[in-house]
Design a protein around this ligand. Structure first.
Ligand SMILES: NC(=O)c1ccc[n+]([C@@H]2O[C@H](COP(=O)([O-])OP(=O)(O)OC[C@H]3O[C@@H](n4cnc5c(N)ncnc54)[C@H](OP(=O)(O)O)[C@@H]3O)[C@@H](O)[C@H]2O)c1
Length: 320
């Protein structure tokens, strides 16, 4: 067995694939979860191959520093993936979103500092990069880009604000305290679900399938496969020279293209037909940094495969 590592928010969509990959690669894993006894949330982790010998689930919360210290103590690496990703507009965003994203991240990093963790790989988001009114809309999107906090706050984009402020706080703390931090910034993550209930990004596809609307707004979104995102985190951990932020996105897909891919694969499904022009989007970049491919050697799954696996998985779980 390899070294001991910790994954925060282990029961989540991306983190579940992270735990699976780490176990496959022989790591011993401590998963921090809020409800270890909740079979609906954590049963799939306990059923993973190698989980009996290699996985320990510990009850923990980003806002409870002692629980984080206990989970992180003795680990050589930490994958900090936990963060509330609400699929609704929060009525109390300071408490429900921002505190977990900012203070929660600082609590994780403090535990890492005290336990002399070798490297922390944190999941930020393209949300922390792409929303900047001061740049031309078609400016390339790369790791030097930061979203504009004032714009996000004024427009109640709390999740995006939390990711931006949380990542900035993480860089600041790590630089002041000499921590080795690497950050992955995924775009919209789709693909097969290990957990029982859909997370916020899977809902984007589920809403096209479950008959909830006959119309769709034809917005564009960068898509990346959940297995590639887990792999990106492992590459960032294992590649000694990895440093800084890494944008992790495969390809831009419009909703109309997504629907077309699904229609080709499943001609019998009833899908929305009425297209609504999208509201003006802030970033319309056509060039995207390939740092993650060039420096870490990440290979992307074709987007058709990602969409197919999302649909199959939602269907298999009886979600539509
Ligand atoms: N999915 C995407 O498209 C996407 C794109 C870019 C970045 N990301 C980032 O990737 C990470 C994982 O997202 P996901 O899509 O996998 O979401 P998810 O399935 O909703 O997972 C989030 C996890 O965080 C946990 N969590 C939330 N607040 C917590 C707290 N205070 N203490 C401990 N755990 C807490 C949740 O636990 P409970 O089950 O107890 O609520 C859940 O297990 C997040 O940092 C997210 O911002 C996601």
């Amino acid at each position: 067995m390899k070294e001991l590592v910790c994954v925060t928010g282990a029961s989540g969509f991306i983190a579940s694939w992270m735990v699976k990959l780490l176990l496959e690669r022989g790591y011993r894993v401590r998963g921090v979860v809020r409800s270890p006894d909740n079979n609906e949330k954590c049963g799939h982790l306990e059923r993973l191959e190698g989980a009996k010998e290699g996985l320990t689930l510990l009850k923990g919360d980003l806002l409870d520093p002692d629980s984080l210290s206990a989970a992180i103590d003795g680990c050589s690496g930490v994958f900090h993936m936990a963060c509330p990703v609400p699929s609704y507009t929060s009525t109390n965003p300071e408490v429900e979103v921002l505190s977990h994203a900012i203070k929660g991240t600082l609590n994780v990093l403090e535990a890492c500092k005290n336990s002399k963790v070798k490297r922390i790989v944190m999941t930020s988001s393209v949300a922390a990069m792409a929303f900047d009114l001061h740049k031309p809309k078609d400016a390339p999107l790369d790791e030097s880009c930061w979203s504009d906090e004032d714009y996000l706050r004024e427009n109640n984009h709390w999740y995006m604000l939390g990711k931006t402020m949380g990542e900035k706080a993480a860089w600041d703390y790590s630089q002041k305290n000499g921590l080795d931090l690497v950050v992955i910034c995924p775009s919209l993550v789709l693909g097969s679900l290990l957990q029982a209930s859909p997370n916020a990004s899977s809902l984007v596809v589920l809403k096209l399938l479950n008959g909830s609307s006959d119309s769709y707004e034809n917005s564009s979104v960068g898509v990346v496969d959940v297995k590639d995102v887990a792999n990106a985190h492992l590459l960032a951990y294992e590649t000694k020279s990895a440093s800084g932020r890494y944008l992790c996105r495969n390809k831009t897909v419009t909703r109309a293209e997504m629907i077309e891919i699904i229609r080709r694969l499943y001609p019998d499904y009833t899908l929305p037909t009425r297209m609504i022009e999208p509201q003006i989007s802030l970033s319309m970049a056509k060039e995207f940094s390939q740092k993650i491919v060039n420096e870490l050697g990440l290979k992307y799954t074709p987007v058709e495969t990602t969409i197919k696996e999302t649909v199959e998985s939602l269907k298999e779980k009886g979600l539509f």
